[in-house]
Design a binder for this molecule. Sequence first.
Ligand code: ASP
Length: 430
Amino acid sequence: MIKKLALHWKIIIGMVLGVVYGLIASKYGWIDFTDDWIKPWGGIFVNLLKLIAVPLVFASLIKGVASLSDISKLSRIGGKTIAIYLTSTVISVTIGLLLVNTVNPGMGFDKDSIIQTESVQEGTNKKIEAAKDVKGSGPLQFLIDVVPTNIFDAASNNRNMLQVIFFAIFFGIAMVMLPDGKTTYVKGFFDGINDIILQIVDIIMMAAPYGVFALLGGLVVDFGASADLFIALAKYSATVIVGLLLMIFVVYPIIPKIFTKMKYKDFFKGIMPAQMLAFSTSSSAATLPVTMERCEDHLGVSEEVSSFVLPLGATINMDGTSLYQAVAAVFIAQAYSMDLDMGQQLTIVLTATLASIGAAAVPGAGMVMLVIVLGAIGVPTEGLALIFGVDRILDMMRTVVNVTGDATVATVVAATEGQLRVVSEEELMS
Ligand code: ASP
């Protein structure tokens, strides 16, 4: 019976049990026990996922690009992908802005009513510091950063995923340009590596229900103390959550409807395990291997498309993050009793789009980049402290949207390229 349960059910059960455990542990003060004996398993699980991110992106992209018959196909798929990514991000920022300007969660909110504990202050300062490095650079710094000076250096840090992507695409293009006979062995090598890594993903996923149990159990214990903050910021959080739900249940279903024959319900079933992991890990990068596996094996996206569209999406397409940044920026401005004019709202659209592209696919990155949005509209960055208490939970939710957005675009790009296989009910559910 247990064996037959679909993976997403097992993961949901793990999540629910994790939350229940966390609540009980907070109530009875099992904090040390949880820190010592439960949390590490969540850490191990996330580490395993991160461990394969770089080799997976590397092998699958090289394989993907090298299997293209010509470079023009790559530029066509690439252009299409980036155009849809940008459009969906601008749509999501706009939804966030419309919502926050309607709900006005920060109006009449006394910013001094939030008690700033030492850890909140410390956390806020850290985010502001981290953002300084990004802010102090010129307009083309982003492009300079994409080109690595040393591939081993780049591959040694998951934050440099865009650099790894750059090198892999470059490598793949060179392979396409060479006559077939010269690259046979290299192609075979990367094909093999790719298959091995996908097998590793399958193995790791067997541990997913236990991993999410430990992750969520540990998180609930951490949050136990800040229940007051949760309540104080409920309106702000609700605005972000409504926006995120609109993306998942209104915007994303419309896009595949235009381009594919796939029912959104089926899409949802197929991608759900990746969404659960996005929620539990708060990291698009850590979820990437599973997003790829789900898209290929359970949604029917060809490897050629998924291996290009998804790693790129995990790093540059963050619809949930950009929506959150728009709502948070306006909320903080309102809490400081600042009125934002049309020009400032448009600045939010532009900076939140860029900031979400620049945000690393790791927990809390969206908040670091929020500093840039705040700076651009002249809102004090100290305002981050106001939303700090609820950021983790919103991070979990916006990461689900980020990952769903990537998978939606992968499906659409595959469909327009004639590379979306019709999957069986069994493939969908397994
Ligand atoms: N955690 C998000 C992600 O990995 C980024 C963010 O902080 O918004 O997609």
